[in-house]
Ligand binder design. Structure first.
Ligand code: FDA
Length: 392
């Protein structure tokens, strides 16, 4: 069987590409339903884009690579599409746009768009082999218990990253890239809870379930969002965000109150409420259990009035910069994305086509472009899928 364009992966990027690749595209996926990650995303409401999307919201070896696709198919283009399909949505916070009803609205919209463009979608279809025979791509598919060879002039790899293997994530795209001699930058789990061990975990564990607002810093990046203590360490939006910047062995810094503000406030409280215990004073600023832990952590004892300026400075430093060293992350099992991937050095930023292998495209999460939490990863999937489809 012969097709113009064969798209591997019926996720966000593959479906968007199919909607723009012209008639006769075939999309294949080993899952039994298309867009499974769209369906489960955003707690079932899909944070489908972010109003503030810009290249600064993405990580990758080449920070400029994503600019072309993001500027040609923007968050507003996707919002127009959502509007055309009459899907109700709302802004939750920080420009993050969610469905009012269900993420299934976005899946149905993308399938309808792909089918309206003349694409066919084959589900429960495995990919046994991919090769180039000198004139085009030949892909052996396993479907309904039998093997079908599909010849395609263009092959688009949209099989995502390694995150959540239970959902069918395979890292397949990296194998195809390697097979065709394309470089792949080191991959690792991103947007993932951080774990701790030993005495640090012993300290944090009693706080499990508690949340607080914090600025979390690592490796020159910082995010002010919610933080959640878990049985294994730390999670919540600010931790997921910083996890994409954090590297094994590095520490992270939790800032609950800016240090200068904390010191001013502690000094003022010392003159007004000097007889109060340290943990009581801290619980004016923080949840009580966290206040208790930080008071212990400071090593100070006695009332506020007993503390010298130096001691208060030390305490303020802790409130404004508590250094902790994670032992690891929860890994691909729970990571929302995979950092790294197909090197952007090997791809055209306009079309996503491999410069050394004409007709071979990589789109979406498998490419070394990773967004922050907040709808940016879907926007990259839409924009890169559109760029490839438009070029085809
Ligand atoms: P995606 O993973 O969506 O699709 C790849 C497709 O390829 C899948 O359908 C898979 O079955 C198929 N496939 C893989 N290997 C195959 C093989 N060997 N053979 C055949 N088929 C194969 N982002 C965001 O912007 N907002 C959000 O709210 C969320 N929420 C969220 C929640 C959770 C729990 C996760 C895990 C992730 C998110 N994300 C997110 C991230 C977002 O889901 C992700 O970035 C996009 O789905 C990536 O789109 P792709 O099309 O590149 O891959």
């Amino acid at each position: 069987m012969q097709v113009n364009t064969l798209i591997l992966g019926a996720g966000a990027a593959g479906l968007m590409c199919a909607a723009h690749a012209g008639p006769g595209a075939l999309v294949v996926d080993h899952a039994k339903t298309p867009g499974e990650k769209i369906r489960i995303s955003g707690g079932g409401r899909c944070n489908f884009t972010n109003m503030h999307t810009g290249s600064e919201n993405f990580l990758g070896a080449n920070p400029h690579f994503c600019k072309s696709a993001l500027s040609r198919y923007t968050q507003w283009d996707f919002l127009d599409l959502v509007g055309k399909h009459g899907i109700p949505w709302h802004e939750k916070t920080l420009g993050q746009l969610f469905c009012d009803r269900s993420s299934k609205d976005i899946v149905a919209m993308m399938v309808a768009e792909a089918e309206a463009a003349g694409a066919r979608i084959w589900l429960r279809t495995g990919i046994a082999d991919v090769r180039h025979d000198g004139t085009g791509f030949v892909v052996a598919l396993d479907r309904d218990g039998s093997r079908t060879d599909v010849r395609a002039r263009r092959l688009v790899v949209a099989t995502g990253g390694k995150s959540i293997p239970k959902m069918g994530a395979t890292g397949f795209a990296y194998r195809i890239a390697a097979q065709f001699g394309l470089p792949v930058t080191e991959t690792r789990a991103g947007l993932v809870p951080l774990t701790f061990s030993g005495t640090t975990l012993d300290k944090l564990k009693p706080l499990a379930g508690l949340s607080a607002e914090a600025v979390v810093h690592a490796d020159g990046a910082s995010f002010r969002e919610g933080l959640l203590f878990t049985h294994r360490g730390l999670s919540g939006p600010s931790i997921l965000q910083i996890s994409s910047y954090w590297r094994e062995g590095q520490s992270i810094r939790l800032e609950f109150i800016p240090p200068a503000k904390a010191l001013d406030s502690l000094k003022a409280q010392r003159s007004r409420q000097g007889r109060k215990a340290l943990s009581t004073v801290l619980s004016d600023h923080l949840p009580a259990r966290l206040a208790g832990l930080l008071a212990t952590e400071s090593g100070l004892s006695g009332n506020l009035a007993d503390q010298s300026d130096t001691a208060l400075g030390h305490l303020a430093g802790l409130l404004g910069g508590w250094e902790l060293t994670p032992s690891g992350s929860e890994g691909y099992r729970t990571a929302e994305v995979t950092l790294g991937g197909i090197s952007t050095d090997a791809l055209s930023s306009r079309s996503m086509e491999a410069t050394a292998v004409p007709g071979l495209y990589f789109i979406g999460e498998c490419v070394d472009v990773t967004g922050w939490l907040g709808g940016f990863n879907f926007q990259w999937a839409w924009s890169s899928g559109w760029a490839a489809g438009h070029h085809i």
